[in-house]
Design a binder for this molecule. Structure first.
Ligand code: ARG
Length: 476
């Protein structure tokens, strides 16, 4: 089979099954643009160093231009016999320009070539993801601003804990994704190093200029060890780890949206276009998009584990195992990109003809407020009130617990007690009783509780607005 790039030493062709089993062209062809970019930079370097002639370079550039056009028009004939994207393109180049095409691979191996292609591809994917995280965050900021003082029960253990504002709750997700963006940006630094020049594993005997190629391709620096350059995929693993964390954050938000949308909770409604119906139950409106985000998080986590497992037993340097890096990596990037796109939209809003803002997440303020009346959400505020009047915190905790027990027995909320009733409930902690005065009424209200959390990171509406302003400035 003289058509094969490595055929000379083989006495029999590979079986069709082996051919299909070892080929990667049907998934790595999506790196064609990166492959050609890398090849052109390599060819320019070869010509500059006098390793190939100026006419060779001109031929290569002309051939590659045609190949790019063929791929764009969908006319390029990808062929399984040529294994992967690299050999497919090189073969077509040689068919188009002859000897110059055969000279392109001088001082290079597919091992450093593929590592370069993946890094170029991943760098673009990271930039897309960073842009989309920002879009998601801008949508979150708007929704948070709209609800900077909308009270919502904050939960711990899924039990009503203390009042927070919905805006504050949303800003938690801003912070999570801020760290996600930092992680992707940090990962990008390590992605953005050039493997080319490592050749198969040991470097090359040709007088190459790696710094030139790095600059041509926008890499920050070259990989300093040839064996490492061709064999490690830690940068891809890092990307998948950052993706898993991002998806985990979005999965938690999804779980909340699903829960909030359940009629048993009824805190929000979600715009119809993010939901679907049931083929049997006519009344259903299901939050499919958040459910799928939650589900796809599992698939992204799976890819992370796949890549870690792929790497762990490989001796230096390149092994064909590494060809298995692409599908999990591509799938992860695709999933993260689609998820962010849809989430940025889902958290967003539109302006109606009459100028009113309609958010895709529609908040039912009354339901949130009603839930706050059911869980003694301001009990901690009452304890803090007593402490501020001199009672040790543990005694205050006990006095308020007694009041909660009494309220529960009577089926009322704390603010419904009169001052005298409250004193009676706390009678078993005598030191607490004289401390209760008329001003306690304000402390027990949701608004009083919210406004009192007046420090950076707290849920007081003024602090939430300050957090949103800080976030906006950081994104600008
Ligand atoms: N398709 C291969 C991959 O994805 C390219 C490198 C192949 N190198 C080799 N020596 N077989 O890893």
């Amino acid at each position: 089979n003289p058509a094969k790039a490595w055929s000379g030493r083989f006495s029999e062709p590979v079986s069709d099954l082996v051919k299909r089993y070892t080929a990667s062209v049907f998934f790595d062809k999506r790196m064609a643009a990166q492959d050609i970019r890398g090849s052109l930079a390599h060819a320019r370097m070869l010509a500059r160093q006098g390793i190939i002639g100026a006419t060779d370079l001109a031929d290569i550039e002309r051939g590659m231009a045609q190949i790019i056009a063929e791929i764009e028009r969908g006319e390029f004939a990808w062929n399984l016999d040529d294994e992967d994207v690299h050999l497919n393109i090189e073969k077509r180049l040689t068919a188009l320009v002859g000897d110059a095409g055969k000279r392109l691979h001088t001082g290079r191996s597919r091992n450093d070539q593929v590592a370069t292609d993946i890094r170029l591809w991943l760098r673009d994917a990271i930039d897309t993801i960073l842009g989309l995280i920002r879009e998601f965050q801008l949508a979150v900021l708007e929704l948070a601003e709209h609800h900077a003082d909308t009270p919502l029960p904050g939960f711990t253990h899924l039990q009503v804990a203390q009042p927070v504002t919905f805006g504050h709750h949303l800003m938690a997700y801003f912070e999570m994704t801020r760290r996600d963006a930092e992680r992707f940006a940090d990962c990008r630094k390590r992605v953005n190093r050039l493997p080319l020049g490592a050749a198969a594993l040991a470097g090359t005997t040709f007088p190459i200029d790696r710094e030139f190629v790095a600059a041509e391709l926008g890499f920050d620096e070259v990989c300093f060890n040839s064996l490492d350059a061709v064999s490690d995929r830690d940068f891809a693993i890092e990307f998948c780890a950052a993706s898993s964390l991002l998806m985990t954050h979005l999965s938690r938000l999804s779980e909340e949206l699903i829960l909030w949308m359940s009629p048993r909770v009824g805190f929000i409604d979600l715009a119809d276009r993010f939901c679907t119906g049931s083929s049997i139950m006519p009344q259903k409106k299901n939050p499919d998009v958040p459910e799928l985000v939650r589900g796809k998080t599992g698939r992204v986590n799976g890819s992370l584990i796949a890549l870690l497992t792929l790497m762990k037993g490989q001796p230096l340097a390149y092994n064909k195992d590494n060809q298995e890096d692409k599908e999990p990596l591509f799938d992860t990037a695709d999933t993260v990109i689609d998820t962010l796109r849809i989430y940025a939209d889902m958290m967003g809003s539109r302006t109606d003809a009459d100028g009113t803002r309609v958010f895709n997440v529609r908040v039912k303020r009354e339901a949130m407020r009603a839930a706050l009346r059911q869980g003694y959400a301001t009990a901690t505020d009452l304890a803090d009130y007593l402490v501020k009047k001199g009672l040790p915190f543990r005694d205050a905790h006990e006095a308020v617990a007694l009041a909660v027990r009494g309220a529960e027995k009577r089926g009322i909320d704390l603010p419904e007690f009169t001052l005298d009733e409250l004193k009676a409930e706390m009678a078993e902690v005598p030191r607490a009783v004289p401390l209760l005065e008329a001003d306690v009424a304000h402390v027990l209200t949701v608004e009083g509780s919210l406004a009192a959390r007046q420090h950076i990171g707290g849920t007081a509406p003024t602090q939430v607005r300050a957090a949103i302003a800080r976030a906006r400035a950081a994104l600008a």
